[in-house]
Every structure is written in structure tokens, then in C-alpha cells.
Write a protein that binds this ligand. Structure first.
Ligand SMILES: Cc1ncc(COP(=O)(O)O)c(C=O)c1O
Length: 379
């Protein structure tokens, strides 16, 4: 590497490692403060735990505009368990529509199949979304439940979730709607009072920028009614058990108070930033797209379906996803993700989650431009 290039890279290198892969994300300042001062001072059946749970539930109601008739549940397990929870609380004779637009939506449909549930799968090629007409045709078949993946993290495809929910209510109002918002909740403006999903869940390690210590699911009364009519729900995934306990700010089994404290800190941080955070996320995602276009690179997501929180960008042929990610970590101090599955070698993924500022994003993108322009010198 020439000394001039070394100097340019050093100037752009972030002072602390930034975890911007679309998996677990770097912690925000508020979450870090909780972790630095955490002490175990009360048990999960104490009044202090109940107060903490109640505060987290109230903040969820406020930040996500959750109206009566919908209950936020806070879990010590991650998002995948909620795929399974939706299946475990769906009767076997309920016909379900799932989707396969990438690795995560496909897996959720497989979970339904492996639990012996009846499921039809709406399939699209990686990068493609689902058009209004395709969706309208699919849901006209009177399903009991439809599974929607708001943000397909493997490809950076985001679906128009509000329009899709509105279409279900117009065409097939009896169909329950379950939304996997694992990698987008918090970053997208999706008030529950207008979305009105029957299940809406996310993991805390993505835009909530907590360690991987839990997840949240908002559940409608309609979904609780369906669960009550589902035999063999087991225990840990039984929605009726969780709902009964939530009424008294409790959980069936132990949920860490640390999970609640991190969640509270992040929700308060979101409240302080207010709706500005939605604009920040739009700007960050636009910066990804502009950067790719300036280098003649294409996103895996087709136009109109680009995600707010994760961009999967195809690399030039001579650069592999894992090499690019390794160089970005070593030289710029940023951890990105390679492509996923079949795109692992040809793309990289960069998140726009948590508290990331436009200034830091600009700096990293300038650094990535340097890597691209000088690749032969780096090898
Ligand atoms: C869209 C989506 N759904 C579900 C999951 C699984 O979530 P978890 O790893 O929290 O179990 C992931 C993980 O990345 C995801 O991106």
C-alpha cells in the first residue's frame, strides 16, 4: 500500500469497532450505560420486577402506538422462537399462507411445515418483492393466517407492510396476520394502531441495538382467541400462559431483568429522538443506495423493495463478499456482513440500524470507496 493510501485509510478508520452486520448490532449509548451499571438486586417474582416489566410494556405501548385489544409480550428468547410460537398457537386445521422471498421467510414457512401445519408458500426470486396483484390473488383464497416478513434480512428486501395488511382486511378480513419485523422494528414507522397485525414481533439485537437477550411480540385479542382453541400448545410457547401472566406484569418463566432494563433504556432513547429517527433511517438507506449507484453496483433488492435497515450490495466480479468484509474490518474498523446463502460470495450487507449517524455512515462509505478503488493494492 502506498503511504498516501495508508494515510487516507487511517483518517477514515473508525476509533471503535462498529458492528454493522445485519445480525447483532453495535450497542447504543443508553444500552451500554445499563450494561456498565447492571447489578442483580431483585428476583423475577418481586414487586421491583413487576414495576420494571410494567414500565417496559407501557413504553412499548407509547412508542409503538399500541391500542387496547393488543398486548405487548416481552420474552427472554430470540425472534426464531416467535416463528415457532405462532405455529404452536395455530390449530392444525387452519390454512396458512407463508412466503419464500429469502432465507428467513423460507425458514418460517418450514417451521410451520415441521409442526404439521397446513401452509401454502408464495415464492419470489431473491431480490424480488411481492406485487400488489400477486398478494391480492394469494390472499383471496380465504386463509386462516398469513405470514409476512417485513424485512428479508438475507436480501435487504422490504415489503410494503401497511398496504399488505390493508389488502388482507379488504379482501379476506377473517385472515389473521403475523408479521416478522425482526430486523426492522424500531426503524420503520409502523404504528400498531394503523397496522393492526395479529402478531408483530422483533428481536432486541437488531435495530434495538441490545445484546442478544430477548424479543418482543405484540399480540391481538383475535390471536389469543385462536390460541385458546389450539390444543397441545406446550408450555414455553403457550400464548395463553404468557397473556395471563402479562396481565399482572409477570412472565411464566424467568425473563432477565437485564432484558427489561435494556429494552426500557432503548425505548426511552427512541422517545428522545422522536420521529426524527425514521428520517435518519431513510437517509442512511438512501446513502447506501447512492454509494452503490456511484460505483456502478446494484442492490440485490429490486427498485421499490429496498430495505430501510439492511442493504445487500453486489460487488464487482473480482471481489468476494468475505474478502471485502474482512478488509473493511481490518482497515476501517467496521464489521459488515457478507451476502447470505447463494449470494455470500457476490455481495456484502451493511446495516442501518440502532443509533448510527449519517456522519459515521458517510465516513465508512468513503472508506469502502477507497477499498474498491485500490483493491489490487490491498490484496
Ligand atoms: C427476518 C428475520 N427473522 C428471524 C430471524 C431470527 O431471529 P433470531 O436470530 O433473533 O432468532 C432473523 C435473524 O437474523 C431475521 O433476520
Amino acid at each position: 500500500m502506498s503511504p498516501a493510501l495508508v494515510r487516507e485509510i487511517v483518517d477514515l478508520r473508525l476509533p471503535d469497532l462498529a458492528l454493522w452486520a445485519p445480525g447483532p448490532h453495535m450497542l447504543t449509548p443508553a444500552v451500554r450505560r445499563v450494561l456498565q451499571t447492571y447489578q442483580t438486586t431483585y428476583s423475577h417474582r418481586s414487586a421491583a420486577f413487576k414495576a420494571c416489566y410494567q414500565k417496559a410494556a407501557d413504553l412499548l405501548r407509547e412508542v409503538f402506538h399500541i391500542p387496547p385489544g393488543f398486548t405487548p409480550l416481552i420474552f427472554g428468547h430470540t425472534g426464531s422462537y416467535n416463528w415457532e410460537m405462532v405455529a404452536a398457537n395455530t390449530p392444525r386445521n387452519c390454512t396458512t399462507l407463508g412466503m419464500d422471498i429469502g432465507a428467513f421467510s423460507k425458514k418460517w414457512a418450514q417451521v410451520f411445515q415441521s409442526r404439521g401445519r397446513q401452509i401454502d408458500v408464495l415464492k419470489a426470486n431473491w431480490g424480488e418483492g411481492i406485487s400488489d396483484q400477486t398478494w391480492a390473488d394469494a390472499i383471496s383464497k380465504s386463509y386462516g393466517l398469513a405470514l409476512l416478513t417485513h424485512n428479508e434480512t438475507s436480501t435487504g428486501v422490504m415489503l410494503p407492510i401497511q398496504e399488505m395488511c390493508d389488502a388482507v382486511r379488504r379482501i379476506s378480513p377473517q385472515t389473521l396476520i403475523a408479521i416478522d419485523a425482526v430486523s426492522i422494528a424500531g426503524a420503520a414507522n409502523t404504528p400498531i394502531k394503523t397496522l393492526r397485525p395479529d402478531y408483530y414481533f422483533w428481536s432486541l439485537q437488531k435495530d434495538f441495538a441490545c445484546p442478544t437477550i430477548g424479543s418482543v411480540m405484540v399480540v391481538s385479542d383475535r390471536a389469543f382467541d385462536m390460541a385458546a382453541n389450539t390444543p397441545e400448545r406446550g408450555y414455553v410457547l403457550d400464548l395463553i400462559e404468557w397473556c395471563a401472566r402479562a396481565e399482572t406484569a409477570q412472565t411464566p418463566m424467568t425473563v432477565a431483568d437485564l432484558t427489561l432494563q435494556c429494552l426500557i433504556a432503548r425505548l426511552e432513547e427512541m422517545k428522545r429522538e422522536g420521529d426524527q429517527r425514521f428520517k435518519r433511517h431513510r437517509n442512511l438507506a438512501a446513502m447506501h443506495r447512492e454509494w452503490a449507484a456511484a460505483h456502478g453496483l446494484r442492490l440485490i433488492a429490486q427498485p421499490g423493495y429496498e430495505s430501510l435497515t439492511v442493504s445487500a450490495i453486489r460487488l464487482p466480479r473480482h471481489i468476494s463478499g468475505s474478502d471485502f468484509v474482512a478488509k473493511a474490518r481490518a482497515l476501517l474498523n467496521v464489521q459488515l456482513g457478507a451476502g447470505y446463502g447463494e449470494t455470500v460470495a457476490r455481495a456484502f450487507r451493511i446495516a442501518a440500524m440502532g443509533h448510527t449517524s449519517e456522519r459515521d455512515m458517510q465516513r465508512v462509505l468513503e472508506g469502502l470507496s477507497l477499498l474498491l478503488a485500490n483493491w489490487s493494492q490491498l490484496e
